[in-house]
Design a protein around this ligand. Structure first.
Ligand code: C5P
Length: 234
């Protein structure tokens, strides 16, 4: 597999064409950003840790019948993926109130949410990812009712599989963000699932084991990413 032209460069990953039409390369870079790119750093090895955790969680989800874009790994920080037509929705699933939910609504951080809450934002940095609802999604032509129902169902399935996995590791899956794309035979889970896109709390200590460590200067980000990766991959 040969690396081709750069197709797209995001805040933490770059996507390249390959010599096969349906296959792309996703390079997880060492960049870390927060607050719409307002806070930025480069952390050595961060790309490799997120790529490895993402690979592991995608494979785990595949075993639980969730279709993902993962094909394999090219190297420690580069994933070979199925080419999808990405849907510009950030699908957030919340099991516990935290982050923007506790900031923007009258609910205390740490309140359990049962059933889980799905929030869908428009993936649009320039507009600060505004929150959508079903009517807006249809009016903007972003998805059909049928496809959106599939997206929500899959998001909840990802949540129950991963929440159970993390629970067995002594970690609460507080919330996470995923993205979907259209493949030849329906909707696939794309992008990544890593410490950058999940909120993880240690069950015993309540310690943050995710990007909140970077967002709020809670300590050594890479030390936390290394530690949580070990727990996930062990
Ligand atoms: O900031 P907020 O509380 O809305 O984030 C909810 C979850 O979605 C968090 O786990 C966060 O890391 C993730 N997220 C993300 N990318 C975004 C927004 C949120 O990965 N652009």
């Amino acid at each position: 597999m040969k690396q081709g032209e750069l197709l797209y460069s995001g805040k933490a990953k770059s996507v390249y064409l390959t010599d096969e039409d349906d296959v792309l390369l996703v390079k997880f870079r060492d960049d870390i950003t927060a607050f719409d790119g307002g806070k930025k750093e480069v952390l050595s090895e961060k790309g490799a840790f997120n790529a490895r955790v993402s690979e592991y969680l995608f494979r785990y989800l595949e075993r639980h019948h969730v279709k993902t874009h993962l094909i394999g790994m090219m190297d420690r920080s580069t994933m070979l993926v199925r080419r999808l037509e990405m849907i510009p929705l950030e699908v957030i699933v919340r099991n516990v109130a935290a982050g923007s939910m506790a900031r923007n609504y009258p609910i205390k951080e740490g309140t359990p949410l049962d059933p889980p809450v799905i929030v869908i934002d428009l993936k649009d940095d320039a507009r600060h990812d505004p929150m959508l609802n079903d009517d807006l999604i249809f009016a903007l032509g972003l998805s059909t009712p049928e496809e959106l129902a599939t997206i929500k169902r899959e998001a909840l399935r990802v949540n129950s599989v991963l929440a159970a996995l993390f629970d067995s590791l002594g970690i609460t899956l507080v919330d996470f963000k995923i993205e979907f794309g259209r493949g030849k035979d329906g909707v696939y889970l794309g992008d990544e699932i890593s410490m950058d896109s999940m909120r993880l709390w240690d069950k015993k200590t309540g310690e943050s084991l995710d990007k909140d460590v970077f967002r709020f200067g809670k300590g050594d980000v890479m030390e936390v990413y290394r530690r949580v990766s070990e727990r996930i991959l062990s």
